[in-house]
Design a protein around this ligand. Structure first.
Ligand code: 6PG
Length: 471
């Protein structure tokens, strides 16, 4: 009794994989699930000699854990989290820690932190990335909550997290809902990079007439260089796969209606609230939505044709196409991370999270879905200047972008000529061009606002606020 180091509520794939991961690292772990089959099979799955116990009784479960207790909830976000808290609450004591490991909308975490603090229980919101495999063999984890209470969790989390050069992909991120917020933005970046890859695939396939093997090989080659990342790696694997039933490439049989669970949308919604521009992430959310209008798109394809002049694009040797696309991709990828990180920079102040963006870049280098070689460059940028408001202002990152900007401009022109939609590439370039514009035409917007609504404007030649009687 009271000898177990950690408990997990919810023994679905994520919950059981995390528990087995902890058991592999010699922690004694207990699992609670109302389904007796899930509770009992956990013990059978654990390797010989590992201390693992499954139960369906909340009272027994809580009684097994060392004090202060550390309990993670891995149940669907929303009401199930509140229900799980209510189930445990009668058995918990002062100083115990409850961690929500799901993709919870961050204001819900703030509400729960407050409610449980009244009972002197620490509540943590923790983003976990890496899917089923990550949970089993090394995820990236983004915890937020009480700093002192984190010390109870640190040894366990650091043991089970993915490692990059021996450094664990987990770190205390900040107060309240900081962990959920960082995971939300992680997912926004995830959406944008996935869409960027899909656009690249479309350009290669419909635009430059690469065949399936050539497209697959392109992604495989890119994964060996500066684009090396989990999402490029799995793209190469996905494109290789044949369907068991028909023997055809499976990708060509998958419907193009993309689904989502909402984290990307939350990133965009909140960015609008904070007035942080993240157009590439917005474009990715929009494209998933647009993809679901299948019937309308099929009609529009007939009604709105465009005869692309493909002579010029097809005249390019494959190696040249690959080179310019690779550079355009890298350019856009950097601006996507820059937009997400800029949102974190602002949110950290607004919500008083106290985020350290070097730590965020560090724990995203491994284990998570957006892990990529370039994250080490971003980490170094924040080492040079911890309070950098935007990665585009870092000298080294700027060089990388400047070296590639001609290529993204060419790729965008190609796509316009070909009539292929690449909104994330376009939004990335437009963001770059707007961000590097010392003067924007928004003076005209100010004048128009003053014309029709007397909304006033500021001048460049003298201080104060002005209004003009325009007519
Ligand atoms: C991760 C992922 C994961 C998320 C999926 C699905 O980091 O492991 O972000 O948490 O659930 O990516 O998200 P959508 O269903 O919204 O695409």
């Amino acid at each position: 009794m009271e000898s177990f180091d950690f408990g997990i509520v919810g023994l679905g794939v994520m919950g059981r994989n995390l528990l087995l991961n902890m058991a592999d690292h010699h922690f004694a772990v207990a699992g609670l699930d109302l389904d007796p089959a899930k509770a009992s099979s956990l013990e059978q799955e654990a390797a010989h000699g590992h201390q693992v116990k499954g139960t369906t009784s909340p009272e027994e479960f809580v009684g097994l854990l060392k004090k202060p207790r550390a309990i993670m909830l891995l149940v669907p976000a929303g009401p199930p989290v509140d229900a799980a808290i209510q189930t445990l609450l009668p058995y918990l004591a002062e100083g115990d820690i409850v961690i929500d490991g799901g993709n919870t909308y961050f204001p819900d975490t703030d509400r729960r932190v407050k409610a449980l603090a009244e009972q002197h229980i620490h509540f943590f919101g923790m983003g976990i990335s890496g899917g089923e495999k990550g949970a089993r063999f090394g995820p990236s984890m983004m915890p937020g909550g009480n700093k002192e209470a984190y010390e109870r969790l640190r040894p366990i989390f650091e043991s089970i997290a993915a490692k990059v050069d021996g450094v664990p992909c987990v770190a205390y991120l900040g107060n309240g809902s900081a962990g959920n917020y960082v995971k939300m933005v992680h997912n926004g970046i995830e959406y944008a990079i996935m869409q960027l890859i899909a656009e690249t695939y479309d350009l290669l396939k419909r635009g430059f007439s690469f065949n399936d093997d050539q497209i697959q090989q392109t992604f495989e080659d890119w994964n060996r260089g500066e684009l090396q990342s989990f999402l490029i790696e799995i793209t190469a694997a996905v494109l290789k796969r044949n369907d068991d039933d028909t023997g055809q490439r499976l990708i060509n049989l998958i419907s193009d209606r993309a689904r989502s669970k909402g984290t990307g949308k939350w990133t965009s919604q909140n960015a609008m609230d904070l007035q942080v521009p993240i157009p590439a992430i917005d474009a990715a959310v929009i494209m998933r939505d647009l993809s679901t209008y299948k019937e309308e798109r099929v009609q529009a394809a007939q009604r709105l044709p465009w005869q692309a002049d493909t002579k010029a694009s097809l005249a390019n040797p494959h190696s040249e196409v690959q080179e310019k696309l690779k550079n355009a991709f890298y350019f856009a990828m950097i601006t996507i991370y820059a937009q997400g990180m800029a949102q974190l920079h602002v949110a950290s102040t607004v919500y008083n999270y106290g985020l350290n963006l070097e730590e965020v870049a560090k724990i995203w280098r491994g284990g998570c879905i957006i892990r990529a070689r370039c994250l080490e460059d971003f980490r170094q940028a924040y080492t040079r200047e911890a309070s950098l408001p935007n990665l585009l202002l870092d000298e080294e990152i700027a060089h990388t972008l400047l070296d590639r900007q001609a290529h993204i401009r060419t790729v965008v022109k190609d796509a316009v000529d070909l009539g292929i939609p690449i909104p994330v590439f376009m939004a990335s370039l437009a963001y770059f061009d707007a961000y590097r514009s010392a003067v924007l035409p928004t003076n005209l917007i100010q004048a128009q606002r003053d014309y029709f609504g007397a909304h006033l404007y500021e001048r460049t030649d003298k201080d104060g606020i002005f209004h003009t009687h325009w007519d």
